[in-house]
Every structure is written in structure tokens, then in C-alpha cells.
Design a protein around this ligand. Sequence first.
Ligand code: NAD
Ligand code: UDX
Length: 481
Amino acid sequence: MVKICCLGAGYVGGPTMAVIALKCPSVEVVVVDISVARIAAWNSDQLPIYEPGLDDVVKQCRGRNLFFSTEIEKHIGQADIVFVSVNTPTKTRGLGAGKAADLTYWESAARMIADIAKSDKVVVEKSTVPVKTAEAIEKILIHNSKGINFQILSNPEFLAEGTAIQDLFNPDRVLIGGRETPEGKKAVQALKQVYANWVPEDRIITTNLWSAELSKLAANAFLAQRISSVNAISALCEATGADVAEVAYSVGKDTRIGPRFLSASVGFGGSCFQKDILSLVYICECNGLPEVASYWKDVIKVNDYQKSRFVNRVVSSMFNTVSEKKIAVLGFAFKKDTGDTRETPAIDVCKGLLGDKAKISIYDPQVSEEQIQRDLALKKFDWDHPVHLQPTSPTAVKQQVTVTWDAYEATKGAHGVCILTEWDEFSKLDYVKIYENMQKPAFIFDGRNVIDPQKLREIGFIVFSIGKPLDPWLKDMPAMV
Ligand code: NAD
Ligand code: UDX
């Protein structure tokens, strides 16, 4: 029986290993983590992450050939293949702070593997890492190897949150990079065998190590670039009366461009896009390519512009002040169908509104008050560094923010509503009831284009939707956008 051990029971390690266990009944999979609480949650009925379909997969294999454990040493020791799926956040201090990937967690995982291993192992980079990381990891392993043969593979993960199980069941491709030596090729084949249990062979791509590592960063950069492109066009749409949905549809009909990932929004969020582009920018700078670095940096610049443009639109529409006004925020997660709030645009929008002294009332079907208060208290880039987590937010912020589990409660008595996540339920709310219970004039700022602006205007709302022709009210306001 092939034995797999995965270091890191997070958004990637958990679902990926659960699907491998489901699809490969003859493989034993153990997911280990330094977080005792996280492992306890994986072993309970309340999994640590919300992901459609995940409960079902875990229930089918947990205790059969899927295990979650904190006994890291024991399971590394027994494994043939060790996946490393630890966090690789942006560095917060020192050389490359604010750009470079922090490989502290990765390096300590590699040192642990080198210390513990007593038999040959294939070590798989599942985390997203800078190109050439495998070379550094190889050095750590080989210099501490005591004669053990380690083969490093790069097998980046392309799942998106909210659709992780679907993406893992039916991936566009699985990418495996390895050394072009006989041992390297053998290791690539061993991992390929695992995926071949359910992924058609023509979708399993094998490359050299550096291509695999760089492909992951490039794919995320391309995806984020599409969103920044359509968001940049959305600003021009608002200025000219064009409708970004119509423009995106027309542009996407070109088969060379394609229709997906062209939804204008308040900005992209999530733990990957910004972090991976910043890492790419840093790698370009380190390789003496400032023009390439500056090209990709602008994708983030446009994303930041989109978020601050949204805040400015809210404030300028509401007579240039939101001080002491109740603003309801519908949706805090970075996208629908996840409770993940890492780098969610809602954090920047809420901080912007709080800066103008608004009183914010937040509702998200999957995000708790504790999580929201913590997110609003954290400094940029601190969110994915567990050791830096600040447990509570300052009292001033706490007093300005309330969190409810009900959209109607959040919007009651509000002057304005901001929709920041595209949860399906937000297009089905009773907006007549919401309007009746709000202060007048009642404003809606739709950062995800989930509501029909015309229908809401008929109810009486003043509506702003990203990239749509402006409400007559907004046309007359001097917008600082
Ligand atoms: P995460 O923070 O949810 O999980 C990482 C886990 O690793 C944490 O639970 C942490 O406690 C654990 N960990 C850290 N050091 C460890 C060690 N030495 N031994 C055992 N466990 C350790 O992160 P994630 O979202 O799962 O992302 C993991 C990696 O995958 C990152 O590099 C990320 O860029 C990449 N990735 C993420 C996604 C996504 O959608 N979240 C998609 C593709 C790739
Ligand atoms: C992303 C990549 O898609 C995935 O392949 C990679 O493995 C991890 O990073 P994820 O961040 O989970 O996945 O979600 P994704 O669907 O890519 O959305 C990222 C952000 O972009 C979200 O905030 C989403 O709302 C936003 N987005 C997406 C848009 O604003 N417009 C779009 O058209 C698509």
C-alpha cells in the first residue's frame, strides 16, 4: 500500500488529500498539522473549512484510508510520498518584506522531513512557491540526508475555493515537474500513477521543475490580470455610459479571449492572487527585470484602485460623509461559497468606511463576528502568519462594527447597503422590505453586480452598480473616483 503524508491541513491540504483518499482506496493518506485545533476540527463533525461537497468526501474516507493527525514525525517516517502544503504568505519584515514569499514554514517542514526520514521519500511541493524553491529544498534535504534518497517534485494546486471539490474531481490539468534524471522520472511516474486513478492521462502534464513552479505563479497572475483588465474598463464604463456586462460579454465572445473570469467586481481577494503576484514581482526584480516586475505590479495597483474607488463612490454619493451613518455590509467572504476572508476586498472597503467614521453592520452567511473583528484589526499581510495573529480588535473599531446573522437586521435603519460578496441569497432578498426599513434616501452600492439596478430604482433606491450606467442621482454628485 502506498502511504502518503501531507504536511498542512489547510484549504489545500485538507480537500486535496480527501479527494486522493476517495479516488485511490488502495492508498493510505494521513494529513498532519502543527495546529492541534485544526486537526481536532478535521476529526469532528464541524470541519475547519466550509467547502461545498467536502463533508461528504471526508465522511466517506475518514477512518478508512484518510486520517488527520498531529503525530507529524510518525507519519512522515512511514510515508513514501510527502506532500508539503503549508502556508507561504507574503513576508512582513526583513529582506523583500511586502513582496517576497515567506518560506519559513516550508523550510521548517523540509528540515523536519530531513531529520525524521529513515527511508527514501518523494517530497512534493504542493504549496505555491517562488520558482527555484525546489533547488533550495533539495539542498536542505540532501545536506541532512544521512544517505537517504529524496526526490523533489513540484505539483502545484489549481483548485479555487468554493468549487474545490468539483475542481479536484475534474481538473483542467494536473501539473507535475521533476528532475530529468532516471530517479526524477521514476518519482514523476509514481505521482502520476496516483492521479491516473481518476484524471485522464492527457490532462496530466509533466515538465521540468522550474516550469511547474513558474506555471503556478503565471496562471494566477494571468487570472488576476483579467479581473484587473475588466475592472479598469468598468471605471471607463461608469464615465461614459457603457455597461461593463455588455462589454465583457462582447469581448469574451472572441474565442481567443473566452468568457470566463470577466466579471467586474469591487476587486479580487483571496489568499493567492495578491500574494503570488507580489512574489512574481519580487522574483522579476531579483532577476534584473524591472519592466516585467512593474507590468505585473500594476495588476495589483488597479485592484487597490478599484477598492478605493468603491469607497469614494459610497462616501461622495452620500453627501460626502458617512460619519455616524449606519452602512450595512452584505457579504464579507472574498467570494461566495466559502467562509474564507483572507485578503477579502471587504476588509479594505470596511476600513475605508470606518476611516470616514461610518457605523458598519455586517452580515455574511459563513463568517463569524470573531473572524470579522480580527480581520479588521490586523495589519496588511499579517493575516496568514499565525504567530502574529492579534486576537481582538481595538475597542474603537469594535464600537463602530456590529455583526449579525440576518441580512434584514443588518440593513434595518441603514442609510446605505454595500454588497461585497456575490452570495446567491443576495439577489433573492425582499428589497421592498429592506427599503421600507432604511433611512431615506436609501442607497445600494452593488460591488458584485448581483442585483437588477432598474428594479431597485423602481422601489426607490439610489443604486450604484460597478461599471453600469450611473444613477441620475450619482451623475450630479462630484465623485472623487
Ligand atoms: P492554510 O493556511 O489554510 O494551511 C496551511 C497549514 O499548514 C496550516 O494549517 C498550518 O498550521 C500548517 N503548517 C504550517 N507549518 C507546518 C509544518 N511545519 N508542519 C505541518 N503543518 C504546518 O493555507 P492554504 O490555503 O491551504 O495554502 C497552502 C499553500 O497552497 C499555499 O502555498 C498557497 O499559496 C497554496 N494554494 C492555496 C490555494 C487556496 O485556494 N487556498 C489554492 C492553490 C494553492
Ligand atoms: C485562485 C485561482 O483561481 C486558483 O486556480 C488558485 O489555485 C488559487 O487562487 P481562489 O482565490 O480560491 O482561486 O478563487 P477565484 O475564483 O480565483 O477568485 C479570486 C477572486 O477574484 C475572488 O475575490 C473573486 O470574487 C474574484 N473574481 C473572480 C472577480 O472579481 N471576477 C471574476 O470574474 C472572477
